[in-house]
Ligand binder design. Sequence first.
Ligand SMILES: *[C@@H]1O[C@H](CO)[C@@H](O)[C@H](O)[C@H]1NC(C)=O
Ligand SMILES: *[C@@H]1O[C@H](CO)[C@@H](O)[C@H](O)[C@H]1NC(C)=O
Ligand SMILES: *[C@@H]1O[C@H](CO)[C@@H](O)[C@H](O)[C@H]1NC(C)=O
Ligand SMILES: *[C@@H]1O[C@H](CO)[C@@H](O)[C@H](O)[C@H]1NC(C)=O
Ligand SMILES: *[C@@H]1O[C@H](CO)[C@@H](O)[C@H](O)[C@H]1NC(C)=O
Ligand SMILES: *[C@@H]1O[C@H](CO)[C@@H](O)[C@H](O)[C@H]1NC(C)=O
Length: 739
Amino acid sequence: MGRGPRGTRRSPGCGLPRLLRLVLLLSLARGVSGERDTDDLDVCATCHEHATCQQKEGKRICICNYGFWGNGRTRCVDKDECQFGATVICGDHTSCHNTPGGFYCICHAGYRATNNNRTFIPNDGTFCADIDECEDFGLCRHGGRCINTPGSFECYCMEGYVAKNGPEPFHPHMDATSCTEIDCGTPPEVPGAHIVGSYSSTPGGQAHYSCKEGFLSISGDRVSRCTALGVWEPPTLHCQEISCGSPPEVQNAILVGNPSSSQGGVAHYDCQEGFESPGGKIISVCTEKGSWSEITYACTEMVIEIHGVSVFNDTCVRWQISPERMNSEIMYLIHIERQQPDVVESVYEETFNVTTDSRIPEVCLHLQKGANYTMSISTAPPRRSVPAILGFRTADDLLEDDGIFNISVFNETCLKLNRHSGQVGSEQMYQVEVLGQRWYLDSFYHAVFFNFTTRDRAPEVCLDLYPATDYSINITLLRPTELRSAQITITTSVTAEQTITNISVYNDTCLRWTSLKTANVAEMYLFHIWGQRWYQKAFVQEMIFNTTSSSQDPEICLDLHPGTSYNVSLQALSSALPVVIYLTTQITEPPLPEVDFFTVRGRPLPRFRLRKAKEINGPISSYQVLVLPLSLQSTFSCDSEGMTSFFGNASPADGYVAAEIPARDVPDDTLEISIGDRLYYGQYYNAPLKTGNEYCILLRITSEWNKVRRYSCAVWAEVKEAWSCFLRLTLLPVIYTNE
Ligand SMILES: *[C@@H]1O[C@H](CO)[C@@H](O)[C@H](O)[C@H]1NC(C)=O
Ligand SMILES: *[C@@H]1O[C@H](CO)[C@@H](O)[C@H](O)[C@H]1NC(C)=O
Ligand SMILES: *[C@@H]1O[C@H](CO)[C@@H](O)[C@H](O)[C@H]1NC(C)=O
Ligand SMILES: *[C@@H]1O[C@H](CO)[C@@H](O)[C@H](O)[C@H]1NC(C)=O
Ligand SMILES: *[C@@H]1O[C@H](CO)[C@@H](O)[C@H](O)[C@H]1NC(C)=O
Ligand SMILES: *[C@@H]1O[C@H](CO)[C@@H](O)[C@H](O)[C@H]1NC(C)=O
């Protein structure tokens, strides 16, 4: 293809109009073929490669093949069929393409050959028709709809589909957009409801809702539809949890527990005391309609039947009740009536009540001998009963109640009253007098008076008594005819409980505590105190004494020595348990040094005699010899800590410590010291006194213990020319801390 046109371009006649050139070439070809007529045999061998040898009018001639032109021997040139234009040769909307010996046509973009091939030759009637791209079903992919232009197309999504990954319209080959089916997904949930059956989640699909069990539909549509927007219509169904509210009240019945008010909740009822439900259990159920079910059975009043009444032990009565399944206490009313025809006041009546949970109750009565009694037993309202009536006669030799009783003690403070004759039925009143005293405590007095009434034949009463106390108890049975009394004495034991709490020390030697049991009542406290000194093995202080207090918060200040460790045992006499505490008293100033004061005029100084001080206020730690300019004596303070040692060169304007002797180095008798002997005593230098100066010599004793330091000072001597040495001693404690 294209050989022809290329050769044409190289030819010298290319400037000629195409049609003229074609005519010219055809006439040249005719002329050439005529030149080879003479040599037939050799003609075929000389044919051009694009020519064929043909027999024509008895002659063999070379003729160019179809699509070529020339003399057939030396020249067979391709014909350019397209030279007159694609529209002329191939038709509209085409391009024409020459080939060696032929040509073909191609439709322009947007058109297609009617033979549906890419190329065509127009001689079979094929032409280029406008392409309808949209004819290609599926061009816009699944769910897409194709819309043609001329020569182009666009894709839109069909109904029920929506564009994904890009906007509409789109081109399937250029855009990532595609159409997907609209799907509303799972329908929204409705509280208290569920979806019934299956549903389609494509547009138009419907989900049907129904309230769950225990829920009731109150309003709204049961259907939600999938919209073209791909979302479900908001469901409007409103389901409310079924609540039956409070269970209904049932006459003469009590609701048991707290039943659930939601569907299926069961309310159980018990009949009130004195009522029963002969039909069976009383229940009500919360129904799906939101109401409690009707109650079938009712509580009907229980009638107690009293029967089987019998007399025993001459004056006691017992009976039985039905129904027997009564399990609570019942109060019985007992009415007795006495007839004694031979007595003036022939009829005597009494009603009393007895409360018991016994199934076979019994009661003993206060009856007279040889009398006729009518007795009626019934239950006290509101209980209803079928009362029992019994008539009987007491024996002529019946032992009458004389009211005599004795008292026995149990559980230390409880009394039991025993009537000698057991004929007690009516109410009796006892008067109780309790008087408590303590042998060790004159001021102690505990008195209690009270009355009590009982029907009990052997009543018991427990008293609130103090421990370690002697009680005398007088109980009198108050009878209209005569008084009967009985006495008993009880000594309560010391309590096993601790009655002293919150014990604390204040002001070094004072104690305060709280007394538990003996509030409002005097208590005696026993002290046992034992003191010791670590620095003085021989020291022992022991004190035993007691003290009385009616305070609930007693306080006591003890006479204790300073600088001593004490062990204090404190015991309330009503308690078996002492309290032990440990306390340590602070030291006080050591005793004043024992010195023989003297005045020295000039030098040398005599030797000083140091006497050991007694450790009465605390341990003594050291003795110091102080040298003080006489002018400072009036301002010197004994607890001054500023005194320094003397080292010769410096002028000791403030005075100095000339010597310090630890207490342990001081012998029991005396120690002699020379002022100015140029020796070291501890860290202090005993410098010679300067001549011409006046001095005061002091002895200071230091006591130190338990972070407290105390001093005492005495003027030993005055060294001077004139008479004057006055010392102001200040005895103040100096307390220093570890810091
Ligand atoms: C054109 O199409 C026909 C049938 O579709 C086929 O037989 C023929 O070979 C094709 N011609 C060309 C030139 O492709
Ligand atoms: C005595 O007291 C104890 C403890 O308070 C009690 O358990 C017991 O029942 C009492 N005894 C009597 C006979 O009441
Ligand atoms: C007290 O009375 C009861 C009953 O009458 C008797 O059993 C008991 O021995 C009496 N006790 C004393 C100490 O009298
Ligand atoms: C107890 O009863 C007697 C007689 O009725 C009465 O005199 C006395 O005051 C009463 N004692 C007390 C503490 O109530
Ligand atoms: C006991 O109390 C009664 C009534 O108060 C009295 O008559 C009787 O003398 C008292 N007995 C004693 C021993 O105190
Ligand atoms: C301690 O004693 C001092 C003086 O003796 C006194 O004033 C002070 O009140 C006492 N402290 C207490 C807590 O009693």
